[in-house]
Design a protein around this ligand. Structure first.
Ligand code: ZN
Length: 558
């Protein structure tokens, strides 16, 4: 309401102060209102944490790590778009510039990567990892003709460039970005000299080597082996989602994290229960015959800096690393729950959503503990079920192809909730009220659907919503348009959906998954309208951080 008044006032002002024939001004005003709407999808929150547990030496590490993270940010700009400075300097409208910074380029990440700046086409699927005019077939047939180059061309750590002779060249990151990576490497090495914890020191030294050699294995092992560090830093080329052409190329990013020891101890306990939880899954024996890894650990952190890939568009609140399967087999994975980012999303997004869409009597059931548990067990649940199909068709990932990421996220969501229910029955999570988890989960579905169908999480939540609706796990009051959970039916729906997904995955049933998706991946007008009510209320979709030394200065000694 307020916003549309401001916009119409702007237009009115434009009419009064500028000649109506001044078309350019009118167009500017229209563009400005569009960008205002886009900016309203984000709310800025300061990214801070309690640093009092750090020693003076550890505090000295923070500025060095932030500088190294900033280099990852620059490198990600190069990978996602290209020349950041020329581009940003060309933007006159400050809000447009700010929005471009949030998106690391001229494409709106919360709106299917559509361009929001005049003169730009749709975002290239291969971002800036491949020559702009290179097609998928061209790449594949070049590899077909030059099989000896396949490994380099498909490597996580090379960028593909054209040559004069119609060839494709694979330039290693350590060469292509040599200067910046050398700087980042030096910063990590300097930071390592201040590390009190031996494990952290070793990891930083090896990570410094990795950045300039493209060989991350040893540093990943060292990262898994360090257990008592208070400061953690995830840095380097890590996830490959930015490469939507093939998913081969890793994007640079950094998180600087402070471990919350007390919460981490609480979490460690649940990892021990994984084998029991796997046994209790509501499916036939054959769908749960794999053993979940016990090496894995689960810790809670407060983040103090995000850079590059993880800072682009929507912000990650839980991580599961490393991605290297060789390291995973040897050491398992670590799941990192980013508590302060979660809390910010809970306070600024989930709570306001609940106030609009959840029945007043159930608002008491919305709380941060339940949200934290739901997200935490989502991460744990990725480790349950099976990775290989039961009929020898290969891995679930390979057989379900483009459906895999959404169904895997759906699995994690629903099994997470199933596990919470089981743990509560086992007397392990006895001081919780399951209704809190269910109602908070329902509110969370609305939050995630807003990420859109371009996001695996968005798709997974939409499927869950429609499945729950069919089984009447929630009711919607037609007069007030608010939702409430039906406790009994919710439990049945959670079990049914868990079973459905585990079986589709285990059978490697691509056709069945397609049918399942076309049945449940729909937004009916009623839901669309309810989601619109959130936008009208000005409830943001995601958060942006105010971060760095400015927000931490008071806590650091220099
Ligand atoms: Zn997940």
């Amino acid at each position: 309401m307020k916003k549309s008044m401001i916009i119409s006032f702007n237009i009115l002002a434009a009419l009064i102060f500028f000649n109506c024939a001044d078309k350019e001004k009118e167009v500017d005003e229209m563009a400005a209102s569009g960008i205002q709407e886009k900016m309203a999808k984000y709310i800025t929150v300061p990214l801070t944490a309690d640093l009092s547990a750090l020693s003076e030496k550890e505090k000295m590490m923070i500025p060095l790590l932030i500088d190294a993270a900033k280099i990852m940010d620059d490198l990600f700009w190069l990978q996602a778009f290209g020349d950041k400075d020329t581009f940003l300097n060309s933007l006159k409208n400050p809000m447009e510039k700010k929005f471009a910074e949030i998106n690391y380029g001229p494409w709106d990440r919360l709106d299917g990567n559509l361009p929001f700046i005049e003169g730009y086409n749709e975002k290239p699927l291969g971002a800036n990892f491949y020559p702009k005019d290179m097609s998928k077939d061209e790449f594949d047939s070049f590899i077909g003709e030059n099989p000896e180059l396949a490994e380099d061309l498909k490597s996580l750590y090379t960028v593909i460039k054209p040559s004069d002779t119609d060839k494709l060249l694979a330039a290693p990151y350590s060469v292509e970005y040599a200067e910046k990576l050398k700087q980042a490497s030096d910063l990590l090495r300097r930071a390592s000299t201040f590390a009190d914890d031996k494990g952290l020191r070793k990891y930083l030294e090896l990570r410094a080597d990795a950045l300039i050699t493209d060989n991350y294995y040893d540093s990943d092992i060292a990262w898994m082996e360090m257990k008592n560090n208070l400061i953690d830093v995830v840095i380097g080329p890590i996830e490959s989602y930015e490469d939507r052409l093939f998913g081969y190329k890793a994007a640079f990013e950094a998180y600087i994290l402070i471990k919350d020891k007390e919460w981490s101890e609480r979490l460690a306990h649940f990892v021990e229960l994984l084998p029991q939880l796997q046994k209790d899954l509501p499916v036939d024996e054959k769908y749960k015959r794999e053993k979940p890894g016990l090496e894995s650990d689960l810790n809670a952190y407060d983040a103090i800096y995000y850079a590059g890939d993880c800072n682009a568009g929507s912000k990650t609140i839980a991580i599961n690393l490393p991605n290297d399967e060789k390291v995973q087999l040897k050491k398992g994975t670590r799941r990192l729950q980013l508590k302060n980012s979660m809390k910010a999303k809970f306070d600024k997004i989930l709570t306001p959503i609940s106030e609009v869409l959840i029945k007043a009597e159930q608002l008491n059931n919305i709380n941060f503990n339940a949200f934290f548990n739901n997200v935490m067990f989502h991460e744990v649940a990725h480790g349950l079920g099976i990775k290989n199909t039961i009929i020898g068709k290969g891995t679930v990932r390979e057989t379900l192809k483009e459906h895999y990421s959404a169904i895997e996220e759906g699995k994690a969501d629903i099994l997470g909730l199933y596990m919470i229910t089981k743990l509560n029955e086992m007397g392990e999570l006895k001081d919780i009220d399951l209704m809190d988890n269910y109602v908070t989960f329902l509110a969370g579905i609305f939050r995630s659907i807003r990420f859109g169908a371009a996001s695996a999480h968005g798709r997974a939540n939409l499927i869950c919503f429609n499945f729950f609706k069919e089984l009447k796990a929630f009711n919607r009051d037609p007069n007030s348009g608010v939702y409430s959970v039906d406790f009994e039916k919710m439990q049945t729906a959670v079990e049914e959906l868990s079973r459905k997904i585990l079986i589709l995955q285990g059978d490697g049933n691509y056709e069945g998954t397609s049918e399942f998706f076309s049945k449940y991946l729909i937004t009916d007008p009623e839901l669309e309208n309810d989601l619109k009510r959130l936008t009208v209320k000005g409830i943001p979709v995601d958060i942006v951080f105010e971060q760095g030394l400015n927000v931490l200065r008071d806590q650091l000694l220099f």
